[in-house]
Design a binder for this molecule. Sequence first.
Ligand code: PLP
Length: 367
Amino acid sequence: MIPFLDLKLINAPYQEAFMTAISNVLTSGWYIRGNECEAFEQEFAHYCGTKHCIGVANGLDALILIIRAYKEMGLMSDGDEIIVPANTYIASILAISHNNLIPILVEPDINTYLLDPAKIEAKISSKTKAILAVHLYGQTCDMDAINSIAKKYNLKVIEDSAQSHGAFYQDKKSGNLGDASGFSFYPGKNLGALGDGGAVTTNDTNLAETIRYLGNYGSQEKYHNLYQGVNSRLDEIQAVILRIKLKNLNNENSFRQDLAQYYLLHVANKKIILPHYRSQQEHVWHLFVIRTENRDPLIKHLHVKGIETMIHYPIPPHKQKAYMELSSIKLPLSEKIHNEVLSIPLNVSITQAQREKIVEALNSYEG
Ligand SMILES: *Cc1c(COP(=O)(O)O)cnc(C)c1O
């Protein structure tokens, strides 16, 4: 069986470096808010091209804290609205509703599965405060169009970069394409830790400071609390792991891009719709998502051929029990996408023999 994702294999090349680094953290006696987190924050800000990076506990917290900070800064309040693609992972929506703001779901582009700028303006009201641009599957959104709408209506642009570490939009990277960006370092992401981790990147110094305080109990200075904050921090062990893997992120992304090109070039089956992408640098292929009208037989065919697949995602947010209040919204494109998408293995542990086997299996599917 070719597993969809084998994290043990993916982390194996780093084992020796990890052991040394973890041992150094252990003997340093300093485990939270130390030099490793600070060094990672500087390196990741530099990587993204932003002034600031704030390590937090996970990707969901990164997004929650961005919106929370805008509230503390007086720029957003309860009941305000944020535009978000209807087909995103649930975390993007949770970040909005956890802050008592309203997610306004917008249908994506059926070819790229990304936020469709042409559908945004009709959804803007006097309560709209931001656009949450999710770089879903690893491809950056059409940021020129999104930023110009935001400028016209005086909205913040928040990026969800949980799947797009290192992806460019023109000459800038994910994390530096709006007002603030949330990253996840969940183990399976393009830059993955050995546990939970996340970060916010931004060029807004005021926002960065507010997020830093909010993530540390709202404390500006030890035992002085400016806000009713939370505890959301990136620990030293995760930071040191991320520092090691960040050095190799571009290589890993290149491997992904090369593998994606291989699939795009060799898969030829009228029953399978291949992913659309704008340019090499603008997609880091967190997921390689194909689409087919009748998905179950394809899953079965691939399974019989020894290939594990996954669905990202089987149920759209507005059809989740957690969001009953959104269930009556008509989102036929999103529903179609959720019914038809299928992710095939694309990661740095896929061998030449495995890529050939995956292509052969896809091409031999007769539906
Ligand atoms: C993974 C993910 C998140 C959440 O990250 P966690 O670290 O798991 O909290 C948010 N948005 C998207 C699009 C994701 O894929």
